[in-house]
Design a protein around this ligand. Structure first.
Ligand code: M6R
Length: 369
């Protein structure tokens, strides 16, 4: 049932192109984005003037990416918060607030309690969930299901990338509803999302083996740092979470701009530092800033592992190891950049002799607060 793989996680990593395609399928009908369930009127949706995204762990990282898409397409302020913190600070919520709850299982206690709190305050709740009929979608006003299929490995992989595209679909649905995007633009963005499945297929074909080799080489490292900016920042956080969870290795993700505000003191000879580069095309300023961050790290003797767009020759002199990913639009970049990091953590865990599918102390579904 592992389809020739040693671990479910490896199989689930490979299943990502299909999971993305299945999650997107059927959501563009007559040029309009449709959700799976909507117990809210279009007018109620139009009245939304503030969005909160609540989720835990990997789902929270998908939520961070939702913020870029929704703010960009809809011009509504979006706040993203870990679900376990949300209700304790008495957030300002009312009928015109949309709370987007992201949960693979749909049973995570922290996220469920955040949903309940939001509804008590009259906010509208939209769930993104991978499990049909789970508690969180049952208690929500609208639902969009990810169709990643069952995920057996405790580490979230295909459900993460599916959540990201589901978040983007929600952004497009809101944009069309508010009129901040024309129908043809919504359609174009949708087709770009559909094309992401092919891009992920390409990374799987080109980056898996070199990343595995790198992971085996670095399996005895004491720690690994991950840096990114803009949409590369949640990727850095996700790369670090995967490594902690599976390889029990100290790992931290930073916004690259924060480096000089403290973390640079951690950089020492041979420390592996993974850097998620933005595209040198549309994001030239960001790209230049990250290049200078890499230079600083390299100058201090760290081992730089750079994930960059294919054809970006400017990074080559600063990369001890270069992992090339396909050229894609900005919002799709997190999908292609995350895949090598999933492979990396699984392979480090395997090399250290750990159970990749069942890391210690963790459960697939966390039903206590
Ligand atoms: O079922 P959920 O999406 O609500 O679970 C949330 C987190 O517990 C989950 O994403 C966790 O962080 C993953 N095991 C990380 O790989």
């Amino acid at each position: 049932e592992k389809g020739g793989h040693d671990f479910f996680m490896s199989k689930e990593i490979e299943e990502q192109p299909a999971a993305l395609a299945d999650t997107l399928r059927g959501h563009l009908v007559d040029g309009r984005i449709v959700l799976d369930e909507q117990r809210l009127s279009d007018q109620e949706l139009r009245d939304i003037d503030k969005v909160f995204v609540v989720a835990c762990g990997t789902a929270y990282h998908a939520g961070l990416l939702a913020k870029y898409a929704i703010e960009h397409w809809c011009r509504i302020p979006v706040e993203v918060e870990v679900a376990s913190e949300f209700r304790y600070r008495d957030p300002v919520l009312d009928r015109s607030t949309l709370v987007v709850a992201i949960s693979q299982s749909g049973e995570t206690a922290d996220t469920l309690e955040a949903v309940r709190h939001a509804r008590e305050q009259k906010a509208r709740v939209l769930a993104i969930c991978n499990t049909n009929g789970a508690q969180i979608p049952r208690e929500s006003d609208a639902v969009l299901y990810t169709h990643a299929g069952p995920e057996v490995g405790v580490a979230a992989t295909k459900t993460f990338t599916s959540q990201v595209v589901a978040c983007y679909l929600v952004g497009l649905a809101l944009a069309q509803n508010r009129g901040t995007k024309y129908a043809d633009e919504v359609e174009r963005e949708y087709h770009q999302l559909v094309a992401s499945a092919d891009a992920v297929k390409k990374v799987l074909a080109s980056a898996v083996e070199p990343t595995r080799a790198l992971a085996r080489e670095l399996a005895d490292s004491k720690a690994v740092l991950f840096l990114g900016r803009h949409v590369g920042y949640p990727v850095a956080l996700e790369g670090a979470l995967k490594l902690k969870e599976l390889a029990y290795m100290h790992a931290e993700g930073f916004a690259a701009g924060e480096l000089k505000h403290g973390p640079i003191a951690l950089i020492e000879q041979d420390l592996p530092v993974v850097v998620v580069m933005p595209s040198p095309r549309g994001r030239a300023t960001l790209h230049a800033k990250l290049l200078s961050n890499i230079r600083e790290i390299q100058a201090r003797g760290a081992r730089t592992i750079v994930i960059a767009e294919r054809g970006d020759e400017t990074v080559r002199p600063f990369a001890s190891t270069l992992i090339e990913v396909p050229v894609v639009p900005t919002l799709i970049q997190p999908l292609v950049a995350t895949v090598p990091l999933q492979v990396f953590s699984a392979e480090v865990a395997r090399a250290r002799g750990y159970d990749v599918d069942k890391p210690r102390n963790l459960a697939k579904s966390v039903t206590v607060e």
